[in-house]
Design a protein around this ligand. Structure first.
Ligand SMILES: Cc1cc2nc3c(=O)[nH]c(=O)nc-3n(C[C@H](O)[C@H](O)[C@H](O)COP(=O)(O)OP(=O)(O)OC[C@H]3O[C@@H](n4cnc5c(N)ncnc54)[C@H](O)[C@@H]3O)c2cc1C
Length: 337
């Protein structure tokens, strides 16, 4: 294993930010992970875990050992005709993994097609899209406790998944997820009630869609709607959709009858952060090297040469404005280093 010093991370984060890692190691096996951790321990350095870098904002140089997780492996643990239990190792690219599950006739993850990043990062914020979240199909996972060096198994319940949240997001720097197990099904249970899925299927004259059709349709919608980080630096949605009380939502609704809002099972109301940002006039705004995407108010972009600080400054201005206008707090979604 090669540990390099002063490595620029611009190629390792989807914003294309140029922060440097004091030490950097790509690790493909658990043995390499252990060696790298021993190095960090000896140097008294903190460790930062890097997957695909698609949910990160690098605000400054990183005085740590950055471990780039490249471990691979996919296996079917159990297939009893209906239920399929699959294990994926952390460094597997998420979208390729989803495509592989479809090729095994193991269904459930099709709505999560084309989300960038790695399998190991997917539980961190309980990735979600088009009405499905990772928690709906996560069976269990193994994580290495970075302080004790012990591997611990977590059931899905123990992961404390919530909207773009988990135990691991709440305890940054404590866990390295090694592998994740998914409970999938050979019998498709399609989720079509979100976004433009149904309309697209009608356009394509698909009456009885398969999970593969859903995956293709979602890939097409995402490619049209979201900027490609290879062309325009971004980290997908920059803010979480805020959740407020039913009472406050009712007051806002009186003021803004077109307010985009979804009732939650616990009685609270989730608002569309994109709607709030657009309503406040930020969509398409640009300052210096950064801006709010022209077509997606939730996506902050690096037009080239931006620093993490510039992005954060813009984010804070938007947060303040939304607080002033709607009395709603927008929470930043990506992890800030
Ligand atoms: C264009 C675009 C679209 C997106 N769309 C969606 C979407 O629809 N839904 C959604 O939920 N997200 C979306 N995202 C965000 C992102 O793709 C996900 O959060 C993804 O899971 C991040 O994976 P990653 O490997 O890139 O993680 P990274 O950015 O490398 O890391 C993110 C966090 O996870 C930690 N981490 C990474 N790997 C591990 C590991 N093995 N063990 C412990 N901690 C780890 C890191 O330390 C960091 O805190 C989008 C991003 C982009 C750029």
């Amino acid at each position: 294993m090669n540990i390099r010093e002063q490595v620029c991370l611009s190629a390792y984060n989807s914003f294309g930010l140029k922060a440097k890692a004091r030490f950097f190691a790509s690790v493909s096996h658990e043995q390499e992970i252990q060696q790298a951790l021993a190095f960090a321990h000896k140097q008294r350095l903190p460790v930062r875990i890097l997957g695909g870098g698609s949910n990160l904002l690098l605000a400054a140089d990183i005085n740590a050992l950055v471990l780039h997780i490249q471990s691979r492996g996919l296996r079917i643990i159990l297939n009893n005709n209906e239920r399929v239990l699959i294990e994926a190792v952390a460094g597997e690219p998420w979208h390729d993994f989803v495509q592989w599950t479809l090729a095994q006739n193991a269904y459930g993850l099709e709505n999560l097609s084309l989300i960038p990043g790695s399998v190991g990062a997917a539980p961190i914020q309980n990735i979600g899209a088009y009405g499905v979240e990772l928690k709906d199909h996560c069976h269990s996972l193994d994580a290495l406790n970075l302080a004790s060096g012990q591997v611990q198994r977590f059931s899905a319940e123990e992961c404390r998944f919530a909207y773009r949240d988990s135990l691991f997001k709440q305890q940054p720097g404590r866990w390295l997820i090694l592998r994740v197990r998914f409970a999938l099904s050979q019998k498709p249970q399609l989720q079509l009630n979100y976004g433009d899925i149904r309309a697209r299927l009608v356009d394509l004259n698909i009456e009885n869609p398969t999970p593969e059709d859903i995956s293709r349709v979602i890939c097409a919608i995402r490619q049209e709607k979201l900027p490609n980080p290879a062309e325009l630096g971004n980290a997908g949605s920059f803010f979480k959709n805020p959740i407020i009380s039913a009472e406050q939502a009712e007051q806002l609704k009186q003021q803004y009858p077109k307010l985009s809002a979804w009732p939650q099972p616990d009685g609270q109301i989730k608002l569309a952060a994109a709607w709030l940002i657009e309503q406040a006039g930020w969509k398409g705004y640009r300052t210096g090297h950064v801006g709010v995407h022209q077509a997606q108010a939730l996506v902050l972009v690096n037009y080239g040469g931006a620093s993490g600080g510039e992005l954060l400054q813009l984010a804070h201005r938007i947060q303040q404005d939304i607080k002033d206008k709607f009395n709603v707090l927008l929470e930043i979604e990506p992890t800030i280093w």
